[in-house]
Structures are given as structure tokens and as C-alpha cells.
Design a protein around this ligand. Structure first.
Ligand code: PA5
Length: 430
């Protein structure tokens, strides 16, 4: 069936049925507060209904993506945190692994900037832009974040110098607040096309607005299918039922947390999911980690990281739970061929798919980690396609809202992020 499944068989042995059922009811209560808008941060619940985006809005995004693609081979997306992670996650998950190197690309290459302050990265990007025909999508809800602001100043100048002020208007799109912020003022003054991030949608919950959808559409992602998947999942994840998969996920991770599993590892067996993990880390870390509580979200790419982190996971401090993100069916088929000499001794695998080895690795790891005291939650998506990813994004967002309420925090603010900024600005001011 074209839907997300959650399997707790390897997590349940670590919790009593009574504790789990109590936590499930607690999760259900949290979901009720979320859907009724009676919980903390209820002025930031706009994301709950984003999958109901209208056809006109989607058409507007697609049309802007098309305009940004005409004559362009590269589009630089400037943003940080929630203003870039969702788009990066989906684009990487759905693109060819060697996309940047393909000789005949159908869509512009999407690159990211403004997500750190590396002088080398910025210089090298500007160097690359000399040889490419570039456009830019600049994204900042507040319009005042320093990392994207510095990057955009550089990129804007580059585009204006290279193509002139008038052409720059065609090549730059801003996504920001409806009214406030320096980026809004700048976009108005320069006459850039703009998209609005709704007031009631926080950065890390904005992937299903133009923030995520415009860069995805530029990269050739089927955003309609993505939204369809999210809409299907919205019905499931907002359903007031203890069978609701987002309720189940929130319940199991919270009951495990209360038993000392303070760190959740999101493990994938597919390198294209690396940035989905990065998106998930921000979503959960920034939503839950406050007031001295919260499950620390970490990520591992398997089987790669079994050769670096595997030892700790198997044998280190017993504070870990593991959530495996598995893809049921790969998009391609590749079998291991028989070799007449069989010098590597792999002929016993001949005729079998590489994915079968991957799935057996997953099963073997699960058994080993459970034996080693690491509970294992398994989330499976049917395929790595736009529909499944849309569903997955919404599934995690809903579970995050529920889980934050279970932890007793406001999942929709991020007061802790201000601390470093205050120090940095004080140090930078003349
Ligand atoms: O989730 C959040 O709100 C943050 O991570 C923001 O997305 C991030 O700080 C970027 O903020 P802005 O879009 O205002 O530049």
C-alpha cells in the first residue's frame, strides 16, 4: 500500500505494555490540543493545513520556477535552517546521485548558500557563478538572519554586475515575511518577485510553502505529487486515534526517553536520505530541546556509518534509541553477477539484488542493536518518490508537534537560537 508503515516489534521489548498504552493516550491528548489549537505556540499552527494549498498557488510556484529556469543552468538558493533544509532534503532524495555531473540535465542545478559563514565556500561559489548562467532564490522569514544576508549581498552584486539591474529582477526571487524585515524592504525596492511565508508558519515547518516548493519545482520535483502525499498523510496524522502513526511514533520515542534513551538516531540505508535526516534533526532539535528537556536528534547513514559509529551504537553508553528510515522498493534494479573465477568469493550472491544485501544488512543490524540494548523503531516508505516524501514530511511534522506537547514545551519557538546571535553581534559591532 502506498503509505508509511511504522513497526515497533524491535522497540516494544524495551517497554511495558502498560507504559506504552499510557503514553499513547498521552500522545492522543497532545494531538487533540494540537488540532484544537489550545496548546502552547498555537499562533504557529499554520503548517497543519499547508497540504491544502490551492491549485492557483501551486500553479504560481510552478510558473515562477519555469521563469527562473529559462536560460538558467544554475539556481542558488540562499537560506539557513528551515529556510533551506526541507528543499535540500527533497531535492537530494529525488535527484540522480551524480546530478551535478550529468551531461544533459533537464532542470537547472540547484545549489545552496547562506547556510554558514565560510569565506572559502562563498568565494568558490562566486567563482563558479562566473561560468554559469545563474538565478537566485533568497529565503528568510525574518529577513534579518546574518548568514543568508551576507551571502545574498554577494550573490546579488554578482548577478547585477554580470547581467545588469533590470535582468537581475528576472533572476532573483525573494521568499519572506508579508510585511516585516530587511529582505521584504529590499525586495520591494528592487522590484523582485516575492512569495510570502505565512505569519503562522515557523521556519522548520515551512517546507510545504514556497520556501520548499519553489526550489523543488526548479529542480524538477513533481510538487503536486509531493503535496498529494502530504495531504493523504494529513488525514492520517490528524486523525484522533491511537492507531494514528504520528501518535504511535511520538508515544514510543517518549516512553523510551523516559526510560533513559536520551538520544534518537535516525538511521537511513540510502545515501539520498542524508539530508532528510538533516531536516529531521532541525525539526526535532529546535522544537523539543528546551527548558532542560528533549530527545537529542542525531543521524547516521548506514551501512556507511556502521564502519565509524557502529561500535558506539552497539557497545557504548546505553542512552540510544534508533529509528530506521527504510525504503521498501529501490527505483532501479541491479543484480550481482556471477564471476567465473569467484576470487572474491561472492558467487553465492550471484543473481541477487544489491538491495537484498541492503535489507539483510538492515535486519542484521536491527538484531545486533536490539541485543546490544538499542530499541529499534522502523519507519518504512514504499518508494523514494515525491508522493512518499510528502507523506513522510507531514508524518514527522505532526509527530513533532505531538511529541513537543508531551514533553511539556512549546514546540514552535526557538528562544535558545538567539544566544549565539547576541554574542556574535556584540563581538562584531564596532
Ligand atoms: O525554524 C526556524 O524558525 C529557524 O531555523 C529558521 O528557519 C532559521 O533560523 C532561518 O530563519 P529566517 O528564515 O528568518 O532567516
Amino acid at each position: 500500500m502506498n503509505t508509511i508503515t511504522i513497526d515497533l516489534k524491535a522497540a516494544k521489548p524495551f517497554v511495558s505494555d502498560i507504559d506504552f498504552e499510557r503514553e499513547r493516550l498521552f500522545a492522543l491528548e497532545a494531538l487533540k490540543r494540537l488540532t484544537a489549537g489550545t496548546g502552547l505556540g498555537n499562533d504557529f499552527l499554520g503548517w497543519l493545513h499547508l497540504p491544502q494549498i490551492s491549485k492557483e498557488e501551486l500553479d504560481g510556484i510552478r510558473e515562477a520556477a519555469k521563469a527562473l529556469s529559462v536560460g538558467m543552468d544554475t539556481v542558488v538558493v540562499v537560506g539557513i535552517g528551515g529556510s533551506y533544509l526541507g528543499a535540500k532534503a527533497v531535492i537530494e532524495a529525488l535527484s540522480h546521485s551524480f546530478d551535478a555531473l550529468l551531461p544533459h540535465r533537464k532542470s537547472p542545478l540547484v545549489l545552496f548558500a547562506g547556510h554558514h559563514l565560510s569565506e572559502d565556500y562563498m568565494s568558490e561559489l562566486l567563482e563558479l557563478m562566473q561560468y554559469r548562467s545563474c538565478a537566485c532564490i533568497v529565503i528568510s522569514k525574518s529577513g534579518t538572519t546574518i548568514e543568508p544576508a551576507i551571502a545574498f549581498r554577494q550573490i546579488k552584486k554578482h548577478i547585477e554586475d554580470k547581467y545588469g539591474i533590470e535582468e537581475a529582477k528576472r533572476r532573483i526571487v525573494a521568499i519572506t515575511d508579508a510585511r516585516k524585515g530587511a529582505l521584504k524592504q529590499l525586495a520591494n525596492r528592487q522590484g523582485y518577485r516575492t512569495f510570502v511565508i505565512p505569519d503562522d508558519v515557523g521556519g522548520r515547518f515551512s517546507v510545504l510553502t514556497a520556501v520548499g516548493l519553489l526550489p523543488m519545482a526548479v529542480a524538477g520535483v513533481d510538487i503536486e505529487a509531493l503535496i498529494e502525499g502530504a495531504r493523504m498523510q494529513m488525514a492520517k496524522s490528524l486523525n484522533i486515534s491511537i492507531e494514528n502513526p504520528s501518535v504511535v511514533y511520538a508515544a514510543i520515542r517518549n516512553v523510551l526517553y523516559r526510560q533513559g534513551k536520551k538520544i534518537e538516531l535516525l538511521a537511513n540505508y540510502h545515501p539520498k536520505l542524508h539530508s532528510v535526516t538533516e531536516w529531521w534533526k532541525q525539526l526535532y532539535g529546535e522544537s523539543e530541546g528546551k527548558e532542560g528537556v528533549g530527545i537529542f536528534p542525531a543521524g547516521v547513514d548506514f551501512t556507511t556509518d556502521l564502519h565509524s559509529m557502529g561500535q558506539y551504537i552497539q557497545d557504548g553508553q546505553r542512552i540510544l534509541m534508533e529509528t530506521v528510515l527504510s525504503v521498501a522498493q529501490p527505483e532501479r534494479t541491479l543484480c550481482i553477477e556471477a564471476d567465473p573465477l569467484d576470487m572474491d568469493g561472492l558467487n553465492y550472491l550471484s543473481g541477487r539484488r544489491i538491495d537484498e544485501c541492503n535489507k539483510m544488512a538492515e535486519l542484521g543490524v536491527r538484531m545486533a542493536h536490539v541485543d546490544g540494548g538499542v530499541p529499534n523503531i522502523r519507519i518504512e516508505i514504499p518508494r523514494l518518490d515525491a508522493y512518499s516524501l510528502g507523506a513522510l514530511l507531514y508524518f514527522f511534522e505532526a509527530a513533532c508537534g505531538i511529541s513537543g506537547y508531551m514533553l511539556g514545551v512549546n514546540p514552535f519557538d526557538q528562544p535558545g537560537v538567539e544566544a549565539y546571535k547576541k554574542n556574535m553581534f556584540a563581538l562584531l559591532k564596532p
